[in-house]
Every structure is written in structure tokens, then in C-alpha cells.
Design a protein around this ligand. Sequence first.
Ligand SMILES: [Zn+2]
Length: 1012
Amino acid sequence: DDSGAMTALGRASGVRVGGWGDAGRAMRGPPPPLPVLFVVLVAAPGTRAAGYETCPTVQPDMLNVHLLPHTHDDVGWVKTVDQYYYGGKHLVAVKNILDSVISALRAEPSRRFVYVEMAFFSRWWHQQTNATQQAVRELVRQGRLEFANGGWVMNDEAATHYGAIVDQMTLGLRFLQDTFGDDGRPRVAWHIDPFGHSREQASLFAQMGFDGIFLGRMDYQDRELRKKKREMELVWRASASLQPPTADLFTGLLSNAYDPPKHLCWDLVCDHDSSMVGDPFSPEDNADVLIDHFLDVATKQWQSYRTNHIVMTMGGDFHYENAHMWFSNLDKLIQLVNAEQQASGSPVHVLYSTPACYLWELNKANLTWSLKEDDFFPYADGPHQFWTGYFSSRPALKRYERVSYNFLQVCKQLEALAAPAANVGPYGSGDSALLEEAMAVLQHHDAITGTSRQLVADDYARRLAAGWGRCEVLLSNALARLSGSQEAFSICPELNISVCPLSQTSARFQVAIYNPLARKVDRMVRLPVSAGAFLVKDPSGHAVPSDVKGQKPSPELLFSASVPALGFSIYSVSRVSLRRSKTHIPQPISQKPGSAVLNIKNEHIRATFNLETGFLMQIEDLEQKLVLPMNQSFFWYKAGTVGQKISQSSGAYIFKPQQQKPLPVSDSAQIHLLKTPLVQEVHQNFSAWCAQVVRLYRGQRHLELEWTVGPIPVGDKWGKEVISRFDMPLDTKGYFYTDSNGREILKRRDRKKNYRPTWNLNQTEPVAGNYYPVNTRIYITDGKKQLTVLTDRSQGGSSLQDGSLELMVHRRLLLDDNRGVGEPLLEEGSGSWVRGRHLVLLDAVGTAAAGHRLLAEKEVLAPQVVLAPSGSALYHPGATRQLQFSGLRRELPPSVHLLTLARWGPQTLLLRLEHQFARGEDSGRNLSSPVTLNLQVRRQVRKERETERERERENPHPSLLGFPSPGTTPTPTVPPLDPASITLQPMEIRTFVASVQWEEFAWSHGGDPVQA
Ligand SMILES: [Zn+2]
């Protein structure tokens, strides 16, 4: 029972309880006390659990066919989000779908419908009259309009980062909670279209309190075997760290993806299916034929499932614009099938239902389900048809999304730290909402995947850019408020191509660096400048070492900045006389056959290059005395084309190499060397469209490989899929490891094994069929040494033989792969030329996790660099300038990641904390142990009398239904929350809503503070 003191506090202070999940908790409000729920489920089986009261009556001794009327509305794909919503010539409009469905539901009380995408529904909702809204509330209360998922979009699972998944679910679920209260709470996750399924996604859904998930796509071989073995429904144990059943999720695999059975499709967009007539006097009557067909389909499908319930998904992509057409046919079908059953004793009963009501029947069956512990990657819908290309498609958009995740967290944190002065201030009005929404849209399974048309991808980028604009205003307001001075703050979004007008044209400027982590960071800052030498001073006025390197048009200034937890440091930069420093320029290295080697090194690492080839040939960790010879270079796969034996081409979704062996981009690279006190670099030029800088900063424990690829030439009429490959003499015994959505690690088998954990694979594509999503990292190990590569965006990756590791960095294709997008992935615009980084870590196995976990955290939430000219006004008369600030009194320990800090309401903050290590993963510093925190800390904003109470409480997050699987233990009871002692288990995420009072301070143009 959690209704202890903290609940009382929560209620007394009027806090709507938020929780993991989201919204999760927020949606639900205070949950029923657990013991009561337990009694209901155990003592009175058959009684409807909360949320399931409205389910339809079934026939216990018959086969019940649950018809699930639904529409699948992609949030952008071949058309943009707005084109889909408003429709147009020859184009379905989502707003018409919702209008039509609501009036069809109101016309006939037995009808039900499931809706998923809040990006569309919330927009439609705000355009309705009060009367319609009231009618919809009633439909939701009656369970006739059911929401599934409830996220802003149905997110992709291969290219998404878990932080962005949590954010997009929070946005949608919060809308439902605010609009419908508990009546609108989705019980079921509905991922019927994503192209493969990650284990982390299931773990997140389980922790959000979903009772089950339904999936539409899975490998064709897996599907056939599961049908035979009647294992289409199972319990997915989605975490190797969390105590079962915390991350257990009931999983249902739909029989026919998300489509209706053949000949039973009654939408405007269905081609040839004839309507149900059911008039014995009409020469057109087809009832007998269709009923026989329906009964046949139902009994066949039943053979693959275990209870006397099955589902049929009655809908498809953008169906129900004319809902009457669908529903009137379904009405007739139900009437005729059930009449037939009474007349002739057929054992089939058919009814309108919903995913949650079907799940409720499965739960009541009280069976023990088989257990799955791996994931559903890679996905193939037929021989040679592996959907593993989209792991890497549109790498520029994938990077823009990842950088935007970083910036959104900075924006939300500053909104929480400085609100309301962040929202309205000297620079105008700003907020995080627009970027939050754009980021949620980007998680859609045709957005971050790169599987939309070009014009839609451009629209996604436009949405992100608009969101950045509002956040930049917020960031300026917040920094002005917290630093006490009104600088003309600006960010330089094009630093990746060394463009930043302010630093390139000013002799004096300031650099504010904001750190979104709950620990101090040291970061090398690189800024393009005009030629010359510069003096850099830290916040206390001391000069710090700096270098200028490179030459016109873009010499770069380098200095190392130190930034406190959840705060900023402001450095000042001024140009000084040329004699005080020199500009370092990369020197060409002469390469002769048989000549020796070249090194770059710092205090931790030495990297050695083969002077004959110009390739990286060895990495050494100088402290741990680890040496790993290697060869790193770039290759490309010839994209498969239609013709000859196999009629599948590589496209936005599918990776289908023409030959299994990739071709080298070049046999050697021309190299230049640069050494300064702060950085050592080897510049490698592989070809006119492929280059790399291998870089070691002073003090850095990893090697940075900054690659630049594109525009990929296709003049030879071959599409190309470009990889960076590392080959090492490591005995990896057929295994490699990839992350799942940036969190837990999954063990994979390499190509020799052609292996799937739960079935005997008949492999048709030895390369594409062994590719897996890599969101943040991939590694291989021989049991002693581990080589880890961190990525700066999602990419496809594999280890195709022992000691080899490859990542697909870019792809350009001349043909469509025939999965609906109808466009080749040509990327002729700004996406054609891509720069990215691979961070390479060499470690002993026991300490490797500490290295890659903490480095990945620093990369995903990197410091935000903000520039300002010098010589500004005070924020208000009497303000004190602050060149350094921290929003935390104490840093969090290294195993704890601050996942979310955001403003939640006028007087509440949302705080999510996460244990970022897996069980048993770190043996060096014991970072895998449970950790206990004291959150009873008064946040201190320096020199501002900001009174603040903090109250935290958390909801437990039980799912309502338990599904037995072999070895399941009962759900542990949730102890009452004690903010002085918050314990996080390995890989656990906990969410808190804290009440706070921000100092009421309104910025006014006069510059005088207004105390309200
Ligand atoms: Zn879709």
C-alpha cells in the first residue's frame, strides 16, 4: 500500500502525481491500493479489474472472435503530417476519419474502435465543439472508444533512443490524462507496424504499467514456427537486470499483421471486396459465401492460438474515412454469423471488441505462457528481404534528431531551473513545448527510420528547427536570469562544419557552456575563429591553455572547459598579439612502401598508423598495458538491384547487398599529422568522398574517429552502402554485443552461426540477415580485452566474423525497395554529405562498462555551447553577474543518470532518475550495485532568495493484470516513499513529481524586477 504519508502530502499539496511512465503515473492519478486490487483479482476471478469493466460479454463455451476496428495513421510517410491530417485531392484526411468514426460510434451502441496516435487525435480534439467533446468523453467512459499506446506516435524501435521514447509517451499519455482522466488510460501497447521489436521497448512499456503489447510484424520463419507451436502469445522478459516480473510484458503476435482477413476489407481504399448483402431476396446476396469464408478463416486462425478467443484487426492504413462503410458491413457480419450459430450450431461467436478486452479474456484463461528473453530483430518478411537498411537510412536526419534530444533536455532543464523567467524575458517568449512535440513526431516509425519520402523528411527537419527557435529564446532568457547579465546569447548550430559567425568575426566574446548532467564535466571546446592568437579565461579569471589549429578559411580555437553539474561556466575569449602563440597546421606525411609507423598519443592512449596504407593499425591503453592491433578502413556494399535471380533491391527499408563481400573505398589513405599541446590528429583522405580525422585530446580516454562521407557517387549506376570496419585479432567466439535503444546490452551471434535464440534459422542473407540496430554502442571481446565503439546516432552494425566489427555510416540507393515509400533513397539535398564520430574504447572486460556507460552519457547529453559578445547590460539594476552556476548542491553518483528534469505544472517539477548500469556489468568500481540517494535537498540558487519546498513522491507502477510465465514470482509490494532514502536497482528508472515554488519574478522592459 503506498497510501502512506507521502500520498497524503502529495494530495495535500495538490500535486497531480506523475510517475514513471509518464505520464505513466500522471495518467493514472493515485492508483488503487495494491492489496485491494490483489483481492479483487484473486478472490473473485471473473470480476472485471479496474479499466476492464466496460468489456463486452463473451460466450464461454464458444470460439469468440474479437473484431478490432482500427485505423493506422502514420504521423508522416509519403505525405507530411499536415497533409495527412487535412487531406486533399486523392488523399485521405485523418480529421475526416475521426469525424466519421465518432458519428458511427454514436449511431450504434455495440460498435467499438481503437485509436492510437495522439499527434492526430489531440489536434482533432482541440478543433471540436463542446458538444462533440462531451459525446467523445462519454464514448471513452463506456469503453467504446479505446486508446492503445497513447503516445504521441507509434514509435520506431530500432533507431530510437530510450530517452526520446519516454518523452514521446509522456507527451501523449499526459494529453489523455488531462482530457479523459483514468477513463482514457491505455492498458495495451499496440506496435503493429514497427519493423522489428526491441527488448528495451517492451521493458519500458512494462515499467509504464501496460498490461500487454500486440505486434504485427515479425520474421516470417519465426511466425510460421510459432503458429505451429501455438506460441503466438507469450510473456516477454524484457530486462536481464530488473527483478521479474518488473519488466515482464504479455505479448500477442497478430495473425495477419494488422490487416483484415482476405475478402473482408470494407474500406474506400480496399480494392475489390464486395459488401455484405445479407438479403435473401436479392440476386446480389453473398451472405452464405462470406459467412462460410469467415468461419473458415476463424477456425484456421484458432489453430495457432491457445484460448477460445482470437482477434481480427478490421482496418488498415488510413482506413475509416467512411466509417459507415466499415461498420455497416461489420454490423451485418456479426448479425449473420451469430444467427448462423444459433440456427445451425456453429461454435463461433463474433463481437465488437478492443485490444484491452481481448487481453482481459486471455488473462482470465489463467494459462502459463512461454517466455521470451531476446528481441525481434532483425525482421524479414521473406527470403532475402531483411529490413536492416533503415537502421542507417538518412544518417543526417538521424544525427539531427539525436542532437535535438540533447538540446531539448537542456531546454527543459533550464525551464525548470529558471521558470518563469525562462519563458518570458529580455529575448521574448520561449518554451520547450514546440521542440518536445517535434521530437515526439520524429520518433514515428517512418521518421527517425529514414523511410519517409524526401519532402516528408524535409518537413521533419523543419519541425525540429522551429522547435529549436523557441528553445533558443528560452535558453537566452534563462541564462540571462541565472547569470545576471543580458548577453545577446546565440548558439552555433553549424559547428560541425566549423561555421560560427560570432566567434569568426569577433576579437572578444564569451563562451557559456551549459552541462545537463548531474556531474561535473570537462570538455574540449572547439570554435572556428579568425586567424590569430587568443587568450581564454575561466570563470575565476585565470587563463587556461588554448591552441589555434588549422588554417583559413576556418582555423579553430581549442580550450578545455570545466562545467559544474546541472549548470554553466562562462569563459571569456579575446584576441591577443600574434607573437604569443602560433597556429598549428596539419603537415603532410610522406608515405613510402615499407616505411615505418606513425603515432599519436596522450597520457592514456597511443594510436599507431601504418605509413604505407595510412590506416589505423594499433591501439594501446598505456595504463592498463593493453595492446590491440587492428585495421580500420571504409568499404561499400554494392546495393542489390532487381533482376537476375532475386527480385529484391536495397531501399530505404531493406539492405540487400549484391555481393556478400564489400569493396574497399581505397587501398590506402593520404595522411596529414597535427600535434599541439591539447590535441593530436591524423587526417586521412580515403577518396574524394570519404575522409576521417583520428583524434586524441589531452586527457581523453578514448580515440575519436571523425568520419566525413558523401556525396556518395552513383555515376557507375551502383547504389552504395558505406561501412567503417574494424578488423582485430580477437578470438570473439562468434559473439558480439549491441545496445537496445541505448540501454541494456544484447548478446548477438556472428555470421558463421547464422543463429536466432528461439528458432533454427534458414539464413538467406549472410550479411543483411546478421545486421542489428546500434543506437549508442557495439562491442566485441575475447573475454579479456573489450573493444567498444560508441556511435553519435543510430546505425546498423554487425560482426561478420571473429574479431571484426562494422557500422553502416551512409547509404545512397538508386531503386525503391517496394515497401510503399515509392522513392529511391537518393538524398540529393543536405543529407548527402554526412559527418559523424565513432568513439573507440579499449578496456579490460571488467572495467569496460564503466568506460562506455559514462562516455555514452556524456555524448548523449553533451554540454551546450552558447556564445555572446562581451560587454552587456545587467539583467536588472543590482543584479550580480554569475560566471558559474550549478543547480545541484551535490553531484549524483556515477551510476545514477538524471534522465528528466522538466517543469511539470505551475508548481511542480518532473524528475526521473535512472540507474545506468546493468546487474553485474561493472566489476571495477562496483557501479552495478544498487544505490541509495537522499533527495531531501533544498535546491540552492545562489544569491537569490528563492524559497522552495520540495516534496517528492512516487507512485508504484503495477500493471493491472499478471500473466504467469515459467518461474514468475509475485509482484513485490511497493514500500512507502521516503525521499531521504531512494534506492535504485541496476537499470531501474524512478519518476518523481516534486512541488516547488519558483520565486515569482517577472522580467520587465524597464529592467526593474517586478515582485508579484
Ligand atoms: Zn505505419
